[in-house]
Design a protein around this ligand. Structure first.
Ligand code: NAP
Length: 387
């Protein structure tokens, strides 16, 4: 059997490294073509050599000499900048993991889609920002988008090829994050260290903060709409603190199908790597007796306004989802740099949604332009607070 050719965008991050872990355990099944990073040359070069990749690229062009030096004599070709990332995405691999964090991943993902790849999509911000353009491009090129987010991967598995018309509701589960039981006053002053300390999942800093505000679930609501073609009113969010049930599908006849598994991203990643087959993983199995119970509760819209803002952006349409995402990225970065308080994140997002009421961008260039303008505007407001 020939090996499946794979590439990873965002190879040095949390999802990228989990993917590499699976590839390392099954060298007979996979051949690594390209790996990319933003600036972590050391990790990128080490993985490219170890996995025998053909191409390694960094986003930061100033780091190309360093990457070249680290890979000298290895036979791995090198590149830098957005074009090199797009080259990695559209190259020889048939399966591409999209695991860059934020809208920075949009253009590389679009390059993979335009080239008709099977795209394992972790980079939810790209889909939130350019949902209709991305799904249209996939239809045109024949690309397949497989969801990596554990919730959407769960829904994809529960749908199992069923007609979406038979589905009455999608139910996204949410752990509730580190502040599920904290008061609004405690949350307003929470530190970055407290916000990234997720109770169940080990993830990159940005998505960890998004989990704490529940903007992550808001982005996932928009993601689910674009991935599965279901309107906002048929997508619910349910807090499930144990993160064992990863999401559910309710059918027209009242049946509910759920997917369960350990809180380990290697499970959904492996599902997309082997799809439409299955592969062995060494992931520690879920022990339901040890888990003992499964709890569910409604999310609290008062303490987690991000959820309301994301639903509002989805229902408003036009530029709103892209504005929501860009404002959130800048606000989260400012919070992680200790420039604004935790409670300010949703406020900046709400302000951006109120002031940037525009029609939907018609091209990816327009999306990139809108994203940049929103970032610039929110940065100015953040600087106003910091001054
Ligand atoms: N972590 C999870 O468990 C999880 C679960 C579900 C969905 N996701 C989604 O998966 C994506 C990745 O999350 P993560 O937690 O793996 O993030 P992460 O640990 O922060 O890793 C991000 C990756 O993207 C690269 N990167 C950052 N900025 C970039 C830029 N401007 N241009 C090109 N590459 C850039 C980073 O390179 P450097 O290392 O060089 O900075 C790194 O390889 C996010 O969209 C997140 O929402 C993550």
């Amino acid at each position: 059997m020939s090996r499946r050719k794979v590439s990873i965008l965002g190879a040095t991050g949390s999802i990228g490294q989990s993917t590499i872990d699976l590839l390392t355990a099954a060298p007979e099944r996979f051949e690594v073509i390209a790996l990319t990073a933003a600036s972590n040359v050391v990790q990128l070069a080490a993985d490219a050599k170890r996995l025998g990749a053909r191409f390694a690229a960094v986003a930061d062009e100033r780091l190309l000499p360093e990457l070249r030096e680290a890979l000298a004599g290895s036979g791995v070709e090198t590149g830098a900048g957005l074009e090199a990332l797009a080259e990695a995405a559209a190259g020889e691999a048939e399966w591409v993991m999209a695991a860059i964090v934020g809208c920075a991943g949009l253009e590389p993902v679009m390059a993979a889609i335009a080239a008709g790849k099977t795209v394992a999509l972790a980079n939810k911000e790209a889909l939130v920002t350019a949902g209709a353009l991305m799904t249209d491009a996939a239809r045109r090129s024949g690309a397949t988008i497989l969801p990596v987010d554990s919730e959407h991967n769960a829904i994809f598995q529960c749908l199992a090829g069923q007609d979406i018309e038979r589905v009455s509701r999608l139910i996204l589960t949410a752990s509730g994050g580190p502040f599920r039981t904290r008061s609004a006053e405690e949350m307003a002053r929470a530190s970055p260290a407290e916000a990234v300390a997720h109770p169940n999942w080990s993830m990159g800093a940005k998505i960890s903060v998004d989990s704490a505000t529940m903007m992550n679930k808001g982005l996932e609501l928009i993601e689910a709409h674009y991935l599965f073609g279901i309107p906002s009113e048929r997508i619910d969010v349910l807090v499930h603190p144990q993160s064992i049930v990863h999401s559910l599908v309710e059918y027209a006849d009242g049946s509910m199908l759920a997917q369960l598994g350990p809180s380990d991203m290697r499970v959904p990643i492996a599902h997309t790597l082997a799809w439409p087959e299955r592969m062995e993983t060494k992931v520690v199995r879920l022990d339901l007796v040890a888990a003992g119970r499964l709890d569910f509760e409604a999310p609290d819209p008062g303490r987690f306004p991000a959820l309301r803002l994301a639903r509002q952006a989805l229902e408003q349409g036009g530029a709103a989802p892209a504005v929501l995402n860009a404002a959130n990225e800048i606000a989260v970065a400012a919070f992680l740099e200790n420039t604004i308080h935790f409670g300010d994140i949703a406020r900046f997002v709400e302000q951006a949604l109120q002031t940037m009421n525009e029609p939907a961008p018609a091209t990816i260039a327009e999306v990139v332009n809108l994203d940049r303008r929103t970032r610039d505007r929110v940065r100015v407001q953040v600087a106003g607070i910091a001054a």
